[in-house]
Design a protein around this ligand. Sequence first.
Ligand SMILES: Nc1ncnc2c1ncn2[C@@H]1O[C@H](COP(=O)(O)OP(=O)(O)OP(=O)(O)O)[C@@H](O)[C@H]1O
Ligand SMILES: [Mg+2]
Length: 381
Amino acid sequence: MSHRPPSGLAAVSAALLAMNRHLEMRDVLKTIVASARELLDAEYAALGVPDDHGGFAQFVVDGVSDEQWKAIGPLPRQHGILAAMLHEAKPQRLADVRKDPRFEGWPDAHPDMSDFLGLPIQDGDETIGALFLANKRCPRPTGGCGFTEEDEELLEILAQHAAIALTNARLYERSRELTIAEERSRLAHELHDAVSQKLFSLRLTAQAAAALVDRDPVRAKGELQQVATLAGEAVDELRAAVVELRPAALDEDGLVATLRTQVQVLDRAHSARVTFTSAGVRALPAAQEEAMLRVAQEALHNALRHSGAGQVDVSLARSTTTAVLRITDDGCGFDPDVVRRAGRHLGLVSMRHRAGGVGGRLVVDSEPGTGTTIQMEVPCG
Ligand SMILES: Nc1ncnc2c1ncn2[C@@H]1O[C@H](COP(=O)(O)OP(=O)(O)OP(=O)(O)O)[C@@H](O)[C@H]1O
Ligand SMILES: [Mg+2]
């Protein structure tokens, strides 16, 4: 049975639909190349996406076996006719590619090609690839059919659709990269908020134990038990950060009780006096409670670590439309603009991120010499 290329509108339409069914760049390219080869009845087809270094970021072929492909060796560079298609952005229809003055030879294992049709794939003014075919199948035993003007027009249509499919695939890859970057940043914030604070307390407690070990072994033993507890909690927090669980205490006790307990612990552990008051706050949605707890923890941590305050107050209050968390210290204060510009610190960025993430906002009120108030406000119904 003689081979006949699929033809007509239905075949073209099938090829175009196939191109747009895939989102992964490589699958898109493979479909384009296979469709082009089939529709134009060529022995070989290829598509190259150039990189910025004179080579190809992607190069997909159809009509060459895997063994042959391996034997050919490294990917081609942008030279000869390939370069002409990419840089001059013009179609190339040649009766015999080997006789063209720009032809620079092939690697040993490269299949022999004669008639050639190549087109740039363009997105606006930018050439984003080149699509090309070689050796049109020929019913005449003597060969020499070559690609026709009609073939060129058909390939032109394919190249235009290939541009759309390629651009979509690029956007898809970009959006997937963004999702991964967001996930990485969430994890970084989470680790910073929960785990680094636990480790900080752990280090303090271990230092206290070391200082006590000779003088007061019994108390040192108590501190060491505390070290073990904190280490266990750090492990739990780490696990929670990775699978995005809520801190266990919130589920069991709710936000008000959890905050009160944590404040009491800090009050005992630090020389500063740390207080907690709450007014009229019933349970909030889980995500808001968690965000509030994380913001309170970071603000407390900053106040105790950076401000030298004698007094730190935490309050949680509810009006008809909002719930407001406030952490105030009477310490040294700082210039929020300078810190923001410095860009190295994660704590303030993370607090803002958390407030925004639950539809709320964060206000940082501080200046050198005046103490600091961090306020987080979330809407509530
Ligand atoms: N309550 C505060 N009183 C005084 N200075 C503060 C206070 N809160 C923050 N700062 C200043 O702002 C800086 C940034 O705080 P931020 O929490 O963003 O980062 P950090 O605490 O330095 O490091 P980390 O990323 O571990 O939180 C601190 O280094 C400190 O100089
Ligand atoms: Mg901090």
